[in-house]
Ligand binder design. Structure first.
Ligand code: ATR
Length: 264
C-alpha cells in the first residue's frame, strides 16, 4: 500500500487526508494519506522516508513550505522562484519539490470567471502562500500587484524574486480591482482586517485564502457592497488535484458531492 502524508504545525484542521483518501476510494487506488504534526527539527527525518520507500509523497503546509527546500534534491522552476514547496515525491531516484499552490490559485481564479487581464490587485499579507499567488497573478496578465503587510520588511523582501510588485504601508488603501486577503486575519470570527472597505463599487472582486470559516468578515464586507466574493476552498481543492495528478497520473473528479463531503 502506498503512503502519503501532510506535514505542518498546526495540522489538526488539515482537510488534505479527507480529500486524498476520498479520491483513493473513488479511483480504486490502494493507498493511505495521513497527517503529522512535526517540529522544524524533524523535517529531514520525514523526507528521508521517501528515499527509503516508506513514504510515496508528502504535502507540506504552514509553516514549512520554505524550510523543506534544503533537504530536497531538485526543485521545479515554480518552487525555485517562489521558494515554496507543497508537494514532494521521488522521481528518477531524486527527491523533487513542487509547488501546486500556484496552479491551485490559478484554477480557482479561472473558475470565478473574473477577468484579471490588466487589473490592479491589492494583496494583503506576505506569508507562505503569497509568492505563489503573485506568480499565478503575473502569469494571468494582471497590470499591477500592490502588496501590504503588517511587517513591511517581509513584503519588501518579496521584491527580490518579484521586482514588479509595489509595496505600501499596512493600513494604506490603494486603488484596486481585486483585493486578496492572504493573512491569517479572519480565522477567528471576530477578526477584522482594519481597512475602510465602505466606498467601494460593486465591480471589485474580494478573494480570501481562508475557507474555514466559509465567510470571513472580509468577505462579508465585500458581499454587502454587492461585490463578487470567493473563499479559498477551491484553491485548496485544486492544489490537491494537481498533487494527485503528479503522484497517481489520475485526474480526480471535482463535483458538488465532493465539496459537500468536505464540509460535512
Ligand atoms: P508566515 O508569516 O509564518 O508564513 P502565514 O500564516 O503564512 O505565516 O502568514 C501570516 C500572515 O498574516 C502574515 O502576512 C502576517 O503578517 P506579519 O508578516 O506581519 O506577521 C499576517 N498577520 C497575522 N496576524 C496579523 C494581524 N493581527 N494583523 C495583521 N496581519 C497579520
Amino acid at each position: 500500500m502506498k503512503k502519503f502524508l501532510v506535514i505542518g504545525n498546526p495540522i489538526e484542521h488539515s482537510l488534505s487526508p479527507k480529500l486524498h483518501n476520498f479520491w483513493f476510494k473513488k479511483n480504486n487506488i490502494n493507498a493511505n494519506y495521513d497527517k503529522k504534526k512535526i517540529d522544524k527539527s524533524e523535517i529531514q527525518e520525514v523526507i528521508l522516508e521517501i528515499k527509503n520507500n516508506k513514504l510515496n509523497g508528502i504535502n507540506v503546509t504552514v509553516p514549512f513550505k520554505s524550510d523543506v527546500i534544503p533537504f530536497l534534491d531538485a526543485l521545479s522552476e515554480e518552487s525555485q522562484i517562489t521558494q515554496s514547496v507543497n508537494t514532494i515525491y521521488m522521481h528518477n531516484k531524486k527527491i523533487l519539490g513542487h509547488n501546486t499552490d500556484i496552479k491551485g490559485f490559478e484554477l480557482s481564479l479561472r473558475e470565478t470567471r473574473f477577468n484579471l487581464k490588466n487589473k490592479i490587485i491589492f494583496l494583503l499579507g506576505a506569508g507562505g502562500v503569497v509568492p505563489s499567488m503573485i506568480y499565478a497573478l503575473e502569469k494571468l496578465g494582471v497590470a499591477k500587484i500592490v502588496v501590504s503587510n503588517r511587517t513591511k520588511q517581509k513584503a519588501l523582501r518579496l521584491k527580490k524574486n518579484f521586482p514588479n510588485i509595489s509595496v505600501v504601508d499596512w493600513g494604506d488603501q490603494p486603488e484596486f480591482d481585486m483585493i486578496v486577503n492572504a493573512t491569517s486575519l479572519g480565522l477567528s470570527k471576530e477578526d477584522d482586517i482594519g481597512l475602510n472597505l465602505k466606498d467601494i463599487n460593486k465591480e471589485k472582486f474580494f478573494y480570501d485564502v481562508i475557507y474555514n470559516p466559509k465567510e470571513t468578515n472580509f468577505l462579508k464586507a465585500g458581499k454587502s457592497l454587492g461585490c463578487q466574493v470567493s473563499n479559498g476552498k477551491m484553491m485548496f481543492i485544486y492544489q490537491a488535484f494537481e498533487a494527485f495528478k503528479l503522484w497517481h497520473n489520475v485526474k480526480p473528479e471535482i463535483n458538488e458531492d465532493l465539496k459537500n463531503y468536505l464540509d460535512s
